[in-house]
Design a protein around this ligand. Structure first.
Ligand code: FDA
Length: 516
């Protein structure tokens, strides 16, 4: 028997020995010999860039039902020196929750997804394997005027999303999802189950924005629900080049971050093929969510952004939960779609590469013209660039309140995406080169020293840990981009909770003086 096979068998034996219910454990283990292995692996794989025959696969996937299954997996993985990857919704941009270059097992939290909404006290407990859509659906079942500030793409898992901060329609009013988490249940490297009190404030700080997969496994979160009016208003106004699109985007940069905090504004630049002549056009879509009625929104926009020419007919009033469907571009579907984990969002291609930037000074018009011509290139046929306005309460929360440091001083964040179909994976390098060219082109117009990035938009191009020993110098390259000076505190917390660096990946927070 090869060494790898022996390790694998000893690992499985260890799991059965250390599980309280050994008859159940066999039902939650998927090895490569199991006929369901591939379907379980692929079920929560949300970037098909990593669905190739040569992508490294896990030795074992475990889908625990009980905390004891997670504890046994951690114990046995440590004993047999297997790396653990934790997966909640599987939306990691770089596939970190299901791909690793070394022998690894996946703890897939798909069965950890109970949700308990307490309307009276305006709080909720939610397990990490639930998706955002399930959370929204369960809240809306009980109240039309309570919500939780999180993203519009409903298949995103709460485990990874909360771990990296998490922004959405309500973030200028109420902050990030992480700003609204008040307790958690966490399993550490020694299998201890800790709540906020037991883990202490530093670790509780780190798990709310320090990025997933570094400290341990968060199994559940306690959320503070927030009030929303029964009616909100939304609009999408799209402009082409000949309709002054570039001038309008340029102007938007001065306005959007100063709108009242009940307005969440973003612009999407994307290329579309005209249905008439098939010619490529770049559209700038101005999209806005507003906590209030149309009669309040239209005069506000006419005063602040008259150039856009917004009229009442551009706007639609709806409930908060309907606005999730609207911005997810699934407005014609019934609310039940929010429970569908396998739904492919029209907002992103099945296979993709993405990158992010922060903007502190308005970008000159000439630079926007350059972006337009990049979007005209052949590789950009499924590319989109999102400008997401900051400001509002984000400006008031100190940079050190959570690990997420991108607060006051940012006009907006940019998300660049380029996508393709799975069959086109053979050409992925062409698309990836395109997005890298765009990123390099933008360098003089965006934040510098560090060039900031959003950890939930994971991008391995900005730096990775060494494979063996992880030096501070190496990890601080990407660490300061995601966390600025909070990176040093994250390292202190990591040293305290996992000094041997068991929970590890390409961009996990290293402990001080890590050698493994
Ligand atoms: P996944 O399971 O892949 O986990 C992501 C990372 O967290 C991995 O490193 C994983 O190991 C770790 N992790 C997962 N569960 C954990 C747990 N229980 N304990 C500890 N570590 C854990 N973001 C945003 O802020 N606003 C938005 O609107 C969107 N929209 C959006 C749309 C689409 C289509 C995609 C693909 C992504 C987004 N995102 C986003 C980014 C999203 O927040 C990010 O990818 C999250 O990490 C995804 O969380 P999942 O649980 O789905 O991912």
């Amino acid at each position: 028997l090869s060494r790898a096979t022996r390790t694998h068998e000893s690992f499985l034996h260890c799991l059965s020995l250390h599980s309280e219910d050994s008859s159940l454990i066999s039902k939650i283990i998927y090895t490569q010999n199991n006929s369901s292995y591939s379907s379980v692996l692929e079920f929560s794989m949300h970037n098909l860039r990593f669905s190739t025959p040569t992508t490294p696969k896990p030795q074992v996937i475990i889908t625990p039902f009980h905390e004891s299954h997670i504890q046994a997996t951690i114990y046995c993985s440590r004993k047999h020196r297997l790396q653990v990857r934790i997966r909640s919704g599987g939306h990691d941009f770089e596939g970190i929750s299901y791909v690793s270059e070394v022998s690894f097992v996946i703890i897939d939290l798909i069965n950890f997804r109970s949700i308990d909404i307490d309307v009276e006290n305006k709080v909720a407990w939610i397990q990490s394997g639930a998706i955002l859509g399930e959370l929204y659906y369960r809240i809306a079942e009980k109240s039309k005027t309570l919500a939780f500030p999180a993203g519009v793409c409903h298949t995103v898992g709460v485990g990874g999303y909360f771990s990296g901060g998490g922004y959405g329609l309500l973030f200028r009013k109420y902050g990030l999802a992480a700003d609204n988490i008040i307790d958690a249940q966490f399993i550490d490297v020694n299998g201890r189950i800790l709540d906020r009190k037991a883990m202490g404030e530093d670790l509780f700080w780190a798990i709310r924005g320090g990025g997933g997969g570094s400290f341990g496994i968060v199994i559940a979160w306690k959320l503070k629900l927030v009030p929303v009016p029964a009616t909100v208003t939304v609009f999408t106004v799209s402009k082409k080049l000949e309709q002054n699109a570039i001038k309008l985007v340029h102007r938007w940069q001065y306005i959007a971050h100063q709108l009242p905090d009940g307005a969440f504004s973003f612009v999407v630049l994307s290329s579309v093929n005209s249905s008439q002549d098939g010619k490529k056009t770049i559209l700038a879509s101005f999209r806005l969510f507003f906590l209030g009625g149309v009669d309040e929104l239209v005069p506000l926009m006419q005063e602040r952004f008259p150039e856009l020419g917004l009229v009442k007919e551009d706007c639609t009033e709806m409930s908060w939960i309907e606005s999730i469907l609207y911005f997810g571009q699934i407005q014609n579907k019934s609310l039940d779609i929010l429970l569908d984990r396998t739904f492919q969002s029209p907002l992103i291609s099945p296979a993709f590469k993405a990158k992010s930037d922060y903007v502190k000074e308005p970008i000159p018009e000439i630079a926007l013209e350059g972006l337009w011509s990049k979007l005209h290139e052949e590789e950009a046929k499924s590319a989109s660039i999102f400008f997401v306005a900051y400001g509002g309460i984000i400006d008031e929360i100190p940079e050190t309140a959570t690990p997420f440091p991108h607060r006051a001083g940012n006009l907006y964040k940019i998300l660049y995406t380029v996508g393709w179909q799975e069959e086109d994976n053979k050409n992925s390098q062409r698309y990836i080169s395109w997005i890298r060219r765009v990123y390099s082109y933008m360098s003089s117009f965006v934040s510098k020293s560090p060039r900031e990035a959003y950890v939930n938009y994971r991008d391995l191009d900005i730096g990775t840990n060494n494979k063996g020993s992880t030096s501070y110098a190496q990890s601080s390259v990407w660490g300061h981009k995601y966390f600025k000076n909070n990176f040093d505190k994250l390292m202190r917390v990591k040293t305290m909770i996992d000094s041997e660096n068991f929970f590890k990946h390409e961009q996990s927070i290293p402990p001080h003086l890590s050698r493994r």
